[in-house]
Write a protein of this length. Structure first.
Length: 212
């Protein structure tokens, strides 16, 4: 009889322990779900704040471009969560096969610089792009499109540094060559769209460590 009582008591204790651990597991699952929901809500609020900052900056830049008399055929403005991107028409800035800013583009790039300098404390990335047409054998300065795109991005970077006094610690440049087309390279119109310089202006909430 005593053994039966002990066995019954042991079984009861095991059941209680199982119930306890099951309860703990359910509580942990509930806590994990609550944490996940809170994190998701935080990310949504953060992204909304970032987007609102970019939208405001984009509206300001659009207005400044209008005042400066720069039409959409020369520069396009695109608003993203972390930044506003200006896409400059490469044909306006450079002669074919050259990375030197054309003398005809000085007034245009100067007006763009006057806008950018207002965001000098925010991170700015300059990215050069080309079409897929190979460099001619006579162009000894640039062996391929990647090198040409890097030279074009650097020319814009140098202009902003030397002529607008922009802070090089928050500004970087790079070339992507023909690797990121935005239109088909099978047509002249598509190739013209792919020859471009993109300038990403990161908003005040996204600028920290972007270039690091």
């Amino acid at each position: 009889f005593t053994d039966g009582v002990l066995i019954s008591s042991g079984v009861s204790q095991l059941e209680e322990l199982n119930d306890y651990y099951e309860s703990m597991g359910e509580n942990q699952d509930a806590q994990n779900q609550q944490i996940a929901e809170s994190q998701e809500q935080y990310e949504e609020q953060k992204n909304q704040q970032l987007l609102e900052a970019s939208e405001q900056m984009g509206e300001n830049i659009q207005q400044q471009l209008k005042v400066a008399g720069i039409d959409s055929g020369k520069v396009d403005v695109q608003v993203e969560t972390q930044y506003v991107m200006l896409t400059l028409n490469g044909s306006v800035l450079f002669d074919s096969g050259s990375a030197n800013i054309s003398s005809n583009a000085y007034d245009f790039i100067s007006k763009i610089g006057d806008i950018l300098v207002q965001y000098d404390k925010q991170d700015i990335q300059i990215i050069g792009h080309t079409d897929s047409v190979p460099q001619s054998s006579s162009n000894k300065k640039y062996s391929d499109n990647m090198e040409l795109s890097q030279g074009r991005a650097y020319s814009v970077y140098t202009y902003l540094k030397d002529n607008k006094g922009m802070d090089v610690s928050t500004m970087g440049c790079m070339g992507r060559g023909e690797t990121s087309p935005i239109a088909s390279n099978d047509t002249a119109e598509g190739r013209a769209q792919n020859r471009r310089v993109e300038i990403k202006i990161f908003n005040e909430y996204s600028s920290s460590n972007v270039l690091q």
